[in-house]
Ligand binder design. Structure first.
Ligand code: F6R
Length: 242
């Protein structure tokens, strides 16, 4: 794993946007793996700026998001489809039909999970997957003790994850209890992975991910087994490294 240390969140977002811009410029049909949450917001902002300056285009890109809440309609402001439209898609030239987000509102969720997996395969797998990390070490919504062999599936969200995400909802009770997520095996099939971590709150988790044992108890530790992972983290997030 290569660790790139930056000063702060703004530098993290800039550095990440440069790496994604490079993929968009070099690959004929880039396949991007995208994340939601607070961490990649700055990255998406910088990508929009680069697009507006004419430095990059998403015309030939496809995107696959990591996860989606179960039970929220696409139009729900808390759905990840809505987030992606607002924070990135509607500001750049990506074709909406080339953007995929797991179908959290599918009538047949198990079938939708299989189809999602197939679509990623048909795209030739993800060229670069952006990840954030949960306080409990989750990636996507793969909570601790998710088998490393899991592909796209439905998960029950940890109480701590629902608590952490309650800031986006009116109340904790409104946070969905389940999500549809790429599995660890899905994520590990990506050709390259870019993990973004900002802030002191995540420092202990990140130290474990980099220096601890690989264990299903800490999902992100699996990244030690991937041949091409870049971690961009700010000084605060790296403050617990030994
Ligand atoms: C989001 C996702 C999650 C987040 C993680 C960190 O699509 O898959 O794993 O990356 O919960 O969230 P933030 O960035 O809000 O701290």
């Amino acid at each position: 794993m290569e660790v790139i240390k930056v000063k702060n969140y703004d530098e993290l977002s800039e550095k990440a946007s440069e790496l994604i811009a490079e993929k968009l410029q070099k690959l004929a049909k880039p396949v991007l793996g995208l994340a939601t949450g607070s961490t990649p917001e700055g990255l998406y902002q910088k990508l929009i700026e680069k697009y507006k300056c004419g430095d990059i285009s998403f015309k030939h890109a496809q995107s696959f998001n990591l996860d989606e809440y179960v039970g929220l309609k696409k139009e729900d402001p808390n759905s990840y489809r809505y987030y992606m439209n607002e924070k990135l898609f509607q500001h750049v030239d990506i074709s909406p039909e080339q953007t995929y987000v797991p179908a959290g509102d599918a009538a047949a969720p198990e079938k939708a999970c299989k189809e999602y997996e197939e679509k990623i395969k048909a795209a030739g797998n993800i060229d670069i997957q952006i990840l954030g990390i949960g306080l409990n070490g989750h990636i996507g919504f793969n909570e601790p003790h998710t088998p490393f062999t899991a592909e796209t599936h439905i998960v029950d969200l940890d109480a701590s994850t629902r608590q952490a995400n309650a800031r986006f909802f009116d109340s904790l009770a409104d946070v969905p209890t389940q999500a549809m997520t790429m599995g660890i095996a899905t994520i590990m099939k990506s050709k390259e992975i870019l993990l973004l971590v900002s802030g002191e709150k995540k420092a202990d988790t990140l130290a474990q991910v980099i220096q601890g044992e690989v264990s299903e108890a800490l999902p992100a530790s699996v990244l030690q087994n991937h041949p091409h992972v870049t971690i961009i983290a700010d000084e605060a997030a790296l403050s617990s490294l030994k």
